[in-house]
Design a protein around this ligand. Structure first.
Ligand code: PGA
Length: 252
């Protein structure tokens, strides 16, 4: 399985022109990297233009969220079906910045099922707010996984990616240590294999996110034993995300 490198652009960059320039640099930079899958999730307003410029390339477009309905009177919202019709292939669901705005596991479960039924791969985010010394974060992660995936069948699981992002490491100065990432990844895979057929669960890619850059990407991928990375800040700098993609590509 190729490593999956996902860039979450959040509410950046400031203009469509900058977004188009960054996308064209990234797509050129990853052209000769067949063993890595790179995804860029721009703001919704840039999606159509970004998708147009990515047609026929190795760089895949995604979105940062979808709504809990497919169509209707929901001012300001965007559905998974609409995102898919513009060319999106992936949807980040339940990012901690959205959970912080009040998004619950039930809402995330609904968004995930609609994303998948619309043909998108759902990148479902989980992560504890803090690491206590008693290991309570394990039950937080189990709860998030169980309830965020509650509506998905075994078949639909094929279109799921789990992004483990400890909230305290998102937008911070240091990432979680590769050893802790490895340990948590094992736990996540164990919970998945309790929820689904173990063979199907074992195929679900588990990504790490939170203060990943080209400086620590190799150690996190190798020692953390994850299937890829979800990157915020460094995904906005074409040279940096290209460097990370190259690290992932050269790993095997
Ligand atoms: P960061 O963000 O890489 O800037 O820490 C990660 C994310 O929010 O997905």
């Amino acid at each position: 399985m190729n490593q999956l490198i996902v860039g979450n652009w959040k509410m950046h960059p400031a203009t469509l022109l900058e977004a188009k320039e960054a996308v064209s640099r990234i797509k050129r930079g990853i052209k000769a990297l067949p063993r890595v899958q790179v995804v860029i999730c721009p703001p919704f307003v840039y999606l159509s233009e970004v998708c147009k410029s990515l047609e026929g390339t190795k760089l895949s477009p995604g979105v940062q969220d979808v709504f809990t309905e497919l169509e209707g009177s929901f001012t300001g919202e965007v559905s998974a079906a609409q995102a898919a019709s513009c060319g999106a292939k992936y949807a980040i669901i339940g990012h901690s910045e959205r959970r912080n705005l009040g998004e619950t596991n039930a809402v995330i479960a609904q968004k995930a099922i609609l994303a998948i039924r619309s043909g998108l791969t759902a990148i479902v985010c989980i992560g504890e707010q803090e690491r206590d010394t008693h290991g309570k974060y394990f039950s937080v992660l189990k709860d998030q996984l169980t309830h965020s995936l509650a509506k998905l069948s075994q078949t639909e699981l094929k279109k799921v990616v789990i992004a483990y992002e400890p909230v305290w490491a998102v937008g911070a100065n240091v990432a979680m240590s590769p050893g802790q990432i490895h340990e948590t990844g094992i736990y996540i895979r164990k919970v998945l294999s309790d929820l689904y057929d173990p063979a199907a669960a074992a195929k679900v890619p588990v990504l790490y996110g939170g203060s990943v850059g080209f400086e620590n990407a190799r150690d996190i991928l190798r020692e953390g034993e994850v299937d890829g990375l979800l990157i915020g800040r460094q995904s906005l700098i074409p040279e940096d995300i290209i460097a990370i993609a190259k690290i992932a590509h050269d790993l095997k």
